[in-house]
Structures are given as C-alpha cells and as structure tokens.
Design a protein around this ligand. Structure first.
Ligand SMILES: Nc1ncnc2c1ncn2[C@@H]1O[C@H](COP(=O)(O)OP(=O)(O)OP(=O)(O)O)[C@@H](O)[C@H]1O
Length: 552
C-alpha cells in the first residue's frame, strides 16, 4: 500500500508540475512571440520559437499521461485499500455475532461495512494525496519563481500559505461537527431504510408504512441540511482560494512590472509569472474538498473502530483448541443471564450429554431451550461455570471450529435468495445431487421437490419467501443433515407439522443418522417419544423429565 501511495503522489505531483510548466511556458511563448512581432522582422527572426513550443508540447503530453496514470494507480490503490478495510471489518464483526451485535442495526452495520470503509479510503484519494501534492508542488513552484524573480517567489509563497490557511480557517470550526452529523444522519437513514425494506410485509400489514415514510423523510431532510451547509462551507473556502489567487496574481504583476521597468525582467517573463501564479493555485484549489474528505474519513474511522475495536490491537491469534472424541457436552455449574435481564436463564446448571445420545430438551416457551444452543456455540459467555465440548471450553474453540462438529437447524434459520441447490451447497459445498436428494427425502421434502418443474434448481426468492414456513424449516433440517458432523441439534424440528409427518420425519432422521448425537429442543410428544432421554428446562434449572433437579 505504501508503494501505491508513493507512486500516486509522485504521479499527482508530476501532473501538477506539468500543468504549471505548460502555463508558465505558454505565457512566455505568447508574450515572446507578440513582442518579437511588434519589434519588427529582424526581431521576429531572432526569436527562437522552437524551444518554448517544444516545451509546451512536452508539458501538455506529460500532463495528459501523468493524469491518466495517476487516476489508474490511485484508484487501484483505493480499491486495494477498500478491500483490505472490508476484510478487516468483517474479520472483526463476524466473531462478535450474535452477542456483541445485539444492539446493532443491520442497516447501520452495512453502512459501516460499505460506506464508512469507502470514506476512509477517501482519506487516501481525496485528502492525503491532494494535500501532499499541494505542499510539494508549492515548494517547487516557489523555487522556479525564485529563479526568475525572487520578489515574485516571496509573494507566491505568501499567497499559497494564506490560501491554505484560509481553507483551514473557513472550514475548521464546523467541519468535524458537520462531518460527524453527515455520517451519523446517513447511517440512521440507511438503517431505517434497510429495516423498512427487510420487513416490508410486516410494515404494510401493521399499517406502519406512513410512519416509516415520515421517519425516512425527516432523516433525509436532516441529511440534506447538513450537506447544504457542507457545500456552502466548501464553496466559501474555494472562494477564499480564488480571491487569494487573484490578489497574488495582481501583486506579482505589480512586482514584475517594477522589475521590468528596472530592467531586471524581460517583457515575455511578465505574463509568464502571472500565468504561473494561476497554475500554482490549481494545486491549492483541491484543498477545501480535501479538508472535508479528511474530516469525513476521521469520523468514519472513529465509528468503525468503535464497533470493530482498535486496529493497533490486531495481534497474531492463537489457534483455537480443537474438541477431541468422545464429543460429549458438559455444562459445569453454568449460570447465565442475558444482559439487562433480571431473571437468569440458567442458575448453576450442570448436565452432560454423551456422544451418540438422543436427547429432547423440553420446557415452557421462554424457559431457555434455544439459549442452550447459544451457550453450546460460545455465542454467549456464561457468567459462571464452563461449557465443555469434546473436553475443551467452547469459549476457546470458537463457533467456526465447533460448526465442524455440531450441525444446527435453528428455529429461524436464514434462506438465501437463490436455488434450493445453492442453499443446500451452503451447508456442504461438496454435496452431490444424490446426497442432496437423500437429505431432502429424510427431511420429508422429497415429494415436494419431485413435484417442482425445476427440482433442485427452483429459485426460493429472498429469504426463501417461495416456501411455506414448514417447508423452510425442513429445508434447514436437510442443510443440517448434509453436514457430516457427529452432533445434530434441531430446534423445534416438527413445529407446524401434522402428527403423521412429524413421526415420519423423526423416523427418517434416526434411520439416516443412527450414529449421530441428536438433541432436539421441542414441545412435541412425538419427538420426545423417539429420544433416549428428556431434559426439562424451567425456572433457570434443568432436570431429567420425571427425575431430580440437575442444579449443582
Ligand atoms: N438475545 C437475547 N437477549 C436477551 N434476552 C434473550 C435473548 N434471547 C432470548 N432471550 C430471553 O431468554 C429467555 C430464554 O429464551 P429462549 O429463546 O432460550 O427460550 P425457549 O425456551 O427456546 O423459548 P421457545 O420455546 O419459545 O423457543 C427468554 O426469556 C427470552 O426472552
């Protein structure tokens, strides 16, 4: 990345210098040719037009070439930086899910992932390079002026410095605050829009759309107001630069006229200096935008690190501890409450499920059956006690490693827009057509898929909208079956099914995976009847159905 930044800067400086050289020499060429013409034929013949004309062509071509290359290199660098930032953001966000992202709005996260990484990249393309270019080119311009007329060089240096200070002063007081408001207002609007679109059906059936429109219109108005103020400030700063440019050009003109009278300067050099001032200010004119881009990038970086942590803390991670066979689950005096909850979901619960067992977890709604999955995957950390899987603490193993041993069909599993085959391949990319059809058959979806004209290639629509609730749930069971994991955890596998289908599903499941440990969170008697053991979760405790409390 440093190489890209250096090359972009070099090319940007070369383009700025070529532009300066072009105008500088053009002024000299035009004025020299005019002066030679006025002085008569002899002077016209003596005037060597070839040298400045060649210089003008040279600078014109260099300007075109370097501008093109600068854009290519800068955009390439920006894209690389954005992809690095997005990979880093994802690597920091993903492990936080779901416990660390409970308070995060989906649209806001998406904004941080897409827009804020873009804005941070803007620091490189729109802030750092133009600012460094202005500084480096400014020094060269003043040096060139000093070779022609030191007084003009002094005036140019003062003019450039005043213009840069003007940009700073005109934008500084409100830039940071307005940039923060602009980023925050946009994030709020994005989050509301994402939630509205995601839950369009609910919003319409609940009659919430007018309120949603009003909220979005208000947020958009707030965003427009901030953008108007930012635009006014940017134009004001740009106006300040233009004013400084004309004043500098005028003072340089006066100095050059005096030098001409004193015989220190040739006539063609006078317009050369004045045009040189205009060319020199070209690199300063990018500063107001650069200032705003820097402020926006700062706010975006703050917001990103607030959610993802400090990049400085990125250290080499140790390899997660791997569970060892037998893959037994042990809860050892586990106490767990969700943040802000008064009542614990588990209060010093100890239990063990051995590999190969078939266990039903029952209990009233809200008792904590699904929370067991959260603890099993280490999504949430118990306040006391340990959850061990295959002899290692799940907190040290991590959800990604655990997913190789435990296959889950959750209650609210997500189906992606794509075909049935795509969704099944998500669970197991190497699954063959025969394995997919067998998993669907076990999940009691075989007849349904056979009746579809496109079979496995049937498109499911966004979030699997073309499937019924029961079909979607059984497809998630087929996904779980396709994974060759020794544990199968099924949350309410038969919910919404009639008794005959529920029994057929459980029979097929046990026949298909006789060796697997099967844990079913369920209210269904049919499911309980197929299991070796039934555990009841209630009031923060767990005990064998009809047996003693398993509190330690
Ligand atoms: N992410 C969460 N943050 C805060 N509280 C939660 C969260 N998830 C669940 N709860 C609460 O924890 C308790 C246990 O929820 P859980 O989903 O485990 O119950 P359940 O037994 O699976 O219920 P059901 O049978 O209705 O699916 C409930 O009181 C619920 O409100």
């Amino acid at each position: 990345m440093r190489g890209h930044l250096a090359l972009s800067l070099l090319l940007a400086c070369m383009a700025g210098l070529a532009n300066f050289g072009l105008l500088f020499l053009s002024g000299w060429l035009l004025a020299g040719a005019a002066a030679a013409g006025l002085a008569g034929q002899a002077a016209a013949r003596a005037f060597n037009i070839v040298l400045p004309a060649t210089g003008v062509r040279f600078f014109a071509m260099v300007r075109i070439g370097t501008r093109y290359l600068e854009r290519v290199v800068t955009h390439d660098g920006a894209l690389r930086l954005t992809s690095l930032l997005r990979s880093w953001t994802y690597s920091r966000l993903a492990p936080q899910a779901p416990a660390g992202l409970v308070d995060a709005r989906g649209g806001d996260l998406l904004g941080r992932f897409v827009a804020e990484t873009d804005q941070i990249t803007g620091w490189y393309t729109d802030a750092a390079i133009p600012t460094l270019r202005a500084l480096l080119c400014g020094i060269v311009f003043v040096g060139v002026f000093a070779c022609v007329l030191p007084m003009a060089a002094f005036v140019l240096a003062c003019g450039l410095a005043v213009a840069a200070l003007l940009v700073w002063a005109l934008t500084a007081p409100v830039t940071a605050r307005l940039a923060a408001r602009s980023v925050n207002e946009r994030a709020g609007l994005q989050a509301t829009m994402a939630e509205t679109l995601q839950n369009l059906g609910e919003n319409m059936t609940l009659g919430a759309m007018p309120a949603r429109y009003a909220a979005m219109a208000k947020q958009q108005q707030g965003l427009n107001a901030v953008h108007r103020r930012l635009a006014v400030m940017e134009r004001l700063a740009a106006g300040g630069v233009t004013l400084a440019m004309f004043v500098t050009a005028f003072v340089v003109l006066v100095c050059a006229a005096q030098a001409l009278q004193a015989g220190v300067l040739d006539a063609p050099e006078l317009p050369m200096l004045v045009l040189g001032v205009l060319a020199a200010f070209d690199v300063i004119s990018a500063l107001p935008t650069a200032r705003l881009a820097a402020a926006r990038a700062q706010v975006a970086a703050d917001r990103l690190t607030q959610r993802c942590g400090d990049p400085e803390q990125d250290q080499g991670t140790t390899a997660p501890a791997q569970p060892q066979a037998p893959y037994d689950l042990v809860l050892d005096a586990v106490s767990f409450s969700y943040p802000g909850a008064d009542v614990p979901v588990f209060d010093r619960v100890s239990l063990s499920i051995r590999q190969g067992e078939h266990v039903a977890i029952v209990g009233p709604s809200g008792a904590g059956k699904s929370s067991l999955i959260n603890l099993l995957f280490g999504f949430w950390q118990p306040q006391a006690g340990h959850v061990l899987f295959g002899g290692v603490d799940v907190q040290t193993t991590g959800a990604e490693s655990l997913s190789r041993f435990i296959s889950v069909a959750a209650q609210d599993s997500y189906l992606f827009a794509g075909s049935m085959r795509d969704n099944l391949r998500l669970a197991n990319p190497d699954a063959t057509q025969a394995e997919m059809l067998a998993a669907l058959q076990t999940a009691c979806l075989g007849t349904f898929v056979a009746s579809l004209p496109d079979g496995l290639d049937t498109l499911l629509g966004n979030e699997g909208l073309r499937l019924s609730g029961g079909q979607a749930r059984r497809l998630s069971i087929a996904q779980a079956l396709l994974r060759p994991a020794p544990w199968l955890v099924l949350d309410e596998p038969t919910q919404g099914l009639d008794a005959a289908t529920a029994q057929a599903l459980m029979a097929a499941l046990l026949q298909a995976r006789p060796e697997a440990t099967i844990v079913c969170m369920t209210h269904s008697q049919d499911v309980q009847a197929c299991m070796h053991r039934v555990l009841r979760v209630e009031g923060g405790r767990v005990w064998p159905e009809g047996g003693a409390d398993m509190k330690s």
